[in-house]
Unconditional design. Structure first.
Length: 169
């Protein structure tokens, strides 16, 4: 859970969606470097990156891009046509990252972060809106090796989150 809280600062909010998706380990060079929580869309053609975080020690080494490419490939192989993600309007670096790795602007959800129990503040800026992005998966070609999305991560009590498959997606 601590790593997931780097991507969503509210444990209360995180717990509302943690068991609705599939939690996976992000593996590079045989090391767990992060986690991602994926949620299938209602139409079966969309996968949402609900939460993604890399360990601090692995940031700035190109693994974020590699993670997105591997996640996109897994989603495409599962039949998804779109990969979607959202972030706070105060997350300038994250917004730039998603655009650099191939996501396109897909709107915003006004007041999304106003409902959080505590204000979300990044670099002195209070978040209010969720900025949404999408990536069309048609025509993607393979993910970089040896990066992969591995089997679901175990929760703090050692059990996979409810509703989580026991094999890699």
């Amino acid at each position: 859970m601590p790593l997931l809280l780097e991507a969503d600062e509210s444990e209360e909010v995180l717990r509302t969606y943690l068991y609705e998706g599939e939690l996976y380990r992000l593996i590079a060079e045989r090391e767990e470097v992060g986690v991602v929580l994926l949620m299938p869309g209602e139409d079966g053609l969309e996968v949402e990156i609900k939460n993604i975080a890399l360990s601090q020690a692995y940031r700035g080494r190109g693994l974020g891009r590699a993670a997105i490419e591997a996640i996109a490939e897994h989603a495409r192989e599962a039949g998804a046509r779109r990969l979607v993600v959202g972030t706070a309007d105060s997350s300038a670096g994250t917004i730039a990252f998603y655009r650099r790795v191939g996501f396109r602007d897909a709107g915003r959800t006004e007041g999304f972060f106003d409902a959080y129990p505590e204000p979300v503040i990044e670099d002195g800026v209070v978040a209010h809106d969720m900025v949404r992005f999408e990536m069309h998966l048609d025509g993607l070609v393979g993910s970089p090796e040896p990066f992969r999305v591995d089997s679901p991560r175990r929760s703090d009590d050692g059990e996979p989150p409810r509703g989580t498959p026991t094999s890699a997606w």
